[in-house]
Design a protein around this ligand. Structure first.
Ligand SMILES: Nc1ncnc2c1ncn2[C@@H]1O[C@H](COP(=O)(O)OP(=O)(O)OP(=O)(O)O)[C@@H](O)[C@H]1O
Length: 136
């Protein structure tokens, strides 16, 4: 989990930026990296079906490998979602502010043009079983 953290471009506090045509105050975002759509596309080999690992209420989830070798779960908000940029960033603020050993780590996000993507640490299939039953 810590393998990527030192490589993160941390968002500076008290800054504002413009996402998808909307002025966003990102001063409350801490320890969240902003990924470009291009680097996530490369990480998932073009969001290929081979890398798709799930489908949730948010949208499709892909397994990805970042340039530094870190494995991540990349959740792509579906076009049908009614969630706007502000709501999306509010969710990121909340998730990124919580750290718990039983909670998957949010690494960062991508908000570029109409793309809204969350990047989490990748959990192997058997992680839940291992957590519940104890590591053998
Ligand atoms: N961090 C992760 N590591 C590995 N696989 C993941 C990760 N997050 C999600 N997945 C996979 O993607 C699937 C969909 O996950 P997602 O969190 O989007 O939805 P969900 O939890 O199944 O349902 P909901 O969207 O209703 O909360 C999961 O069932 C799992 O297979």
């Amino acid at each position: 989990m810590t393998c990527c953290s030192h490589l993160f471009r941390k968002i500076r506090s008290s800054s504002a930026t413009r996402f998808a045509g909307t002025d966003i105050d990102i001063s409350e975002l801490h320890n969240v990296k902003i990924y470009t759509y291009k680097e996530l596309r490369i990480a998932t080999t073009g969001f290929s079906l081979a890398n798709k690992i799930g489908q949730g209420g948010f949208g499709s989830v892909y397994k990805g490998k970042l340039r530094d070798g870190c494995l991540v779960a990349i959740k792509v908000l579906s076009a049908e979602s009614k969630q706007g940029v502000q709501e999306f960033l509010t969710e990121i603020k909340v998730i990124s502010s919580i750290e718990h050993e039983n909670l998957v780590k949010l690494y960062g996000c991508c908000v570029e043009n109409n793309h809204r993507i969350l990047v989490y640490g990748y959990l192997e299939n058997n992680s839940l079983a291992q957590t519940l039953l104890g590591k053998s």
